[in-house]
Design a protein around this ligand. Structure first.
Ligand code: PEP
Length: 252
């Protein structure tokens, strides 16, 4: 059974008091209007994790970090390890977001290390993949996605892979207001599920949630989530607006 998931990536937004206000509002809205079959994940900045965790019940709402270090521990100034993230109550960690790949040059090999460390420390990776505009326009996107998955995830055994959530995030749609059409999203999600089936079998592929991310909002979420292989969304901008986020949670 694939979980329906809506994950909010706050990115580098909100001071601590603003973050607490945001999680309080989200929690209040969900309590008033529950969506019991949807897993809601909040990914605030690292330094907010402990405080935000106080509002997370680990039944419907779960905590995620936005990144983790590619090393286990030691002299890596400024880094935050998977073990540390687990120790403050998080269950998930976003790995391979295109902003990390682009601005901080995280390649598939580094991301494979992060995925392994997350899993070793009891965190579920939310693994992001997706093509940029040039790759979309030149038709290379299937190859790009296949390579990202093969080099960062496909070294895992079945049990480990079952703990991973995949997010398809076309880079040209992130924060741009341009959304993949429902058909474009379904095409790629089906392709990803096909790769999982090829490599690990249908039973596994039918149990992995594949989220769509890229300007998903309160208006377009329903249409995107109605696709057979779209199991929810990784939401950036709209996750900072509690009412919109709630509407997205109720878009299945
Ligand atoms: C994201 O950051 O993963 C994302 C999808 O952002 P946005 O929803 O703002 O496009």
């Amino acid at each position: 059974m694939r979980k329906k998931i809506v994950a909010g990536n706050w990115k580098m937004n909100k001071t601590l008091p603003e973050g607490i206000e945001l999680v309080k509002e989200i929690k209040e809205l969900i309590t008033k209007k529950p969506a019991s079959d949807v897993t809601v994940i909040l990914a605030p900045p690292f330094i907010h994790l402990t405080e935000v965790n106080k509002f997370v019940d680990n039944k419907q709402m779960f905590l995620s970090a936005q990144n983790c270090a590619s090393e286990a521990s030691g002299a890596y100034t400024g880094e935050v390890s998977a073990q540390m993230i687990k120790s403050v109550g998080a269950s998930y960690v976003i790995i391979g977001h295109s902003e990390r790949r682009g601005y901080y040059h995280e390649d598939n090999a580094i991301l494979a290390k992060k995925v392994n460390l997350a899993l070793e420390n009891g965190l579920s990776p939310i693994f992001c993949c997706g093509e940029n505009l040039a790759e979309r326009e030149s038709g290379k996107f299937f190859d790009v996605i296949k390579k990202e998955l093969a080099e960062s995830l496909f070294g895992l055994n079945k049990d480990a892979l079952l703990k991973v959530v995949i997010a398809y995030e076309p880079i040209w749609a992130i924060g741009t207001g341009k959304t993949a059409s429902p058909d474009q999203a379904q095409e790629i999600h089906q392709f990803i599920r096909g790769l999982l089936t090829e490599k690990y079998g249908r039973e596994l592929s039918e149990n992995i949630s594949i989220l769509y991310g890229g300007s998903c909002n309160a208006k377009n979420a329903k249409e995107l989530f109605s696709n057979h292989d779209v199991d929810g969304g990784l939401i950036g901008g709209a996750s900072l607006k509690p009412q919109d986020f709630l509407q997205i949670i109720h878009s299945f």
